[in-house]
Write a protein that binds this ligand. Structure first.
Ligand code: DGL
Length: 263
């Protein structure tokens, strides 16, 4: 376990089932540029969205606790699936830990237009979990909410494929019934999906507004660190360290590429 003389200068731990959480990491780096980060992606065990609740819970606890052992002062569970399976229990176990989870950004999508038709794309587990049903129930009377489980989609991002013809075909088949019915907004309820946002936007057209929860999660982390007086005091830009359960160089190169991607 690394020891930080001053806890403020300890890193923020960011966890995802794979490379998707880098879409949240890049928002964190934007608004908290002087923080250090350890990003752990469990690509070896991905996709989480097709596993059982118990498996996802166990893997999430295992890897978040590894980040805590490395001295992380706070944690972002940058995965909607892991959040729905484990974050409530994690808050019970670590009541003083600044902890942010991800959930589909329904609120801004519902509020941007009166009685909008909102498509929510997420993993099968996120869509079937109680947490999402409760979220949907909160907004049901303000919009038409259409949940869409997208098995097979995160795999494109894991493979570094963000705009191939194969991906375009997959997306067209997936969303055509909804775009034909005239959706106003799409919520990307999986942290992998912001990396294919541009491709999706071309397919659904500019009249559809696409939302994701990355920026909101980063702002929430900044609030929690401020409240706990844990903002890093260094003045130089922070560092990002990538770790992945697939320990090969190409995986880490993909992580760097996604962090630096212009979107
Ligand atoms: N990135 C994850 C999420 O936000 C899920 C991908 C997976 O199925 O592992 O839900």
């Amino acid at each position: 376990m690394e020891i930080w003389e001053n806890k403020k200068n300890a890193p923020i731990g960011v966890f995802d089932s794979g490379v998707g959480g880098i879409s949240v990491l890049r928002e964190l780096v934007k608004i908290l540029p002087n923080e250090d980060y350890i990003y752990f992606g469990d690509s070896k065990n991905a996709p989480y969205g097709l596993k059982t609740l118990e498996q996802v819970r166990e893997l999430t606890f295992l890897h978040v606790e590894e980040l805590l052992e490395q001295g992380a002062k706070s944690i972002v569970v940058a995965c909607n699936t892991a959040t729905s399976a484990a974050v409530r229990l994690m808050r019970e176990k670590y009541p003083h830990l600044p902890l942010v989870g991800l959930e589909p950004a329904l609120k801004p999508a519902v509020e941007f237009k009166e009685h909008a038709k909102v498509l929510v794309m997420a993993t099968p587990m996120t869509i079937s979990e109680e947490k999402f049903h409760r979220l949907m129930a909160r907004f049901e009377d303000q919009a038409t909410i259409l949940p869409l489980a997208c098995p097979g989609l995160m795999e494109f991002v894991e493979a570094g494929d963000l705009d191939s013809e194969k991906l375009r075909h997959f997306l067209r088949e997936l969303v055509a019934p909804y775009t034909d019915a005239g959706v106003d907004a799409i919520v990307l309820g999986c942290t992998h999906y912001p990396f294919i946002k541009r491709t999706l936007q071309q397919i659904v057209g500019e009249q559809v507004t696409i939302f994701d929860g990355g920026e909101g999660a980063a702002r929430q982390m900044r609030r929690l660190l401020e409240q706990a007086d844990l903002i890093n005091t260094q003045t130089n830009p922070g560092r990002v360290r990538f770790e992945n359960s697939l320990q090969d160089a190409s995986e880490l190169a993909l992580c760097r590429r996604l962090l630096e991607l212009e979107v």
